[in-house]
Every structure is written in C-alpha cells, then in structure tokens.
Design a protein around this ligand. Sequence first.
Ligand SMILES: [Zn+2]
Length: 295
Amino acid sequence: MSKSTHLDLPLRFGTVGTPKSAPANGGSIGGVQRIRELNLSALELGWVQSVRVSDDTCAKIKAAALENDVAISVHAPYFINLNAETEEMWLAGRERLLAAARAGYKAGATDIIFHPGAYMKKTPAEAYQIGLGRLAEVVTILKSEGTAVTLRPETMGKSAQLGTLTEIIAWSREFDNVLPCVDFAHLHARPGDGSFNTYDEFARALHQIGEGLGDRALQHMHIHFSGIAYTAKGEKNHLNLDESDINYKAFFKVLADFGVRGRVLGETPNMEEGAVLMQNTFQRAHAKVRVGRGR
Ligand SMILES: [Zn+2]
C-alpha cells in the first residue's frame, strides 16, 4: 500500500536530481526513499547528460515511487534543440528526447521536461514555427507507440534561448500532451534587469497561463524554482533562496492565492534544503488562505 502524504497540500515538492542526503550508492531508488523521509513527495530524475538506464532499473524506480507515493518526472538531456540548424542535429536531439520519454514512462514518470533550444540565426517567430513542426513529430511518435507522458518544454532564462512563457503556452495550445514547465527563476533572470520578482508579476504570469490553457495547466502545474544570478543577458547560475534576490515568499503566496495544483521542483544548489524551505513557505501561505476562506 502506498503511504499517503500527510501534508494534504495541493502542490507536491521535491528536487531535480537525487537529494544530497540520499545514500551514496542508492541511485534514483535511494533518492525516492530519501524524498519520502524528508516528507517531500516529488522527484525529477536528472537525465541531463544522457539516458542510460536499464528496463530493470526503471521498473524498480517505478515500484519505489508507488510504494513511497513520490511523483516522478524526468529532466531530458540538455542537448536538444527544436530549432537545430541541420536535420541531422535535430534528429540526434529528437532521439534524446524520445529516449528520455520512453525510459521515463517505464520508470513511472508522467512528465518529461526539456529545454527547447536557442534562436540561433532565426527570428523568434521563425524559431517558434520550426519548433512547432518538430514538436509535432515527437508528439506523433510518442502517441503512436503508447508512451503516455506529458511533454513539458521549459521557460528559459537567457534572452538568446527559445522558451519565453508566451512561446511555451502557444506550443501547449497545439497538443493535448504538451504543457509548460514554468521555471519562475528563469523568468526572473531573463529580462536581466531584476524585474519579474513581485507578487503582481508572478500573478500576471499565472493569469496568462490560465487565459491560454485554463485549468488543464493551472491544476497540473509543473514548476521549477530557485534563487538565480543573472546579467543583462539573463541567467548565470542558480542560487539558494536566502542567498539570492528572489522574492520567494511573494511567489508562494501567489501560488496559494491562485489555488494552483501540481508540483514544485527545487533547483537550488542546496537541493533538499531548498525544497523543504519552499514547502514550508507554501504551507504557511496555504494555511492563511484556508483561514481567509473561513474553512
Ligand atoms: Zn531545466
């Protein structure tokens, strides 16, 4: 029987990658167990270099996730570009994305997160269209073979990268198995001027998602969060919450106020410490909303 999460929150919290405090030789299965010990309930498998995992290991991850009530997602390899300049480069990236989706599905993952690429020498509008056609290829292949996962292109943190919130929402409108992975730290870093860091700006983003995609997105959110260092060109590197300017208390208040459901995966260098801080911060905001509604 699965151990139910006793926090009863509308969002699950966890880490991208195995928690630091998991046993050294435990792999992803030890990671799943450690997530549960920490009273967290989500894990994103960080297959960011390549996908090299046996069917047997996938089956064991899936069993451990069910047993511990931990929701699994996969971060696909970085080397994927929906706007790759040559067909050969695109097909190599497509193979990586398909491999992540197929193995992830066997490991019990419901959601496959990937970085959509860069504008290269194209205008954003051209890159978007090229990406749309290639995303359709991946969607068609996965559906035809019964790999039932949601593809999640991620909002990116540098101005040269494909992946504004508007682009990700537009792709998601085209396919019923595509939804955004909204990295709010990336959205904060992307303009490079310190903006996108207030309650109202976070709320506007959720409005935009709601208008574009409705409850299909807002009730199944997949969020990446961390502190972040940036320059005028955008993201430099991820930071711990307390060592950055990210207004995380306002952020989790917005999530509570909007009543969104889904997952928040922490990407702070301190891993599970950050994820626990996020969960605690959200839990307090959520409790206030409940009191406010007189429940
Ligand atoms: Zn990412």
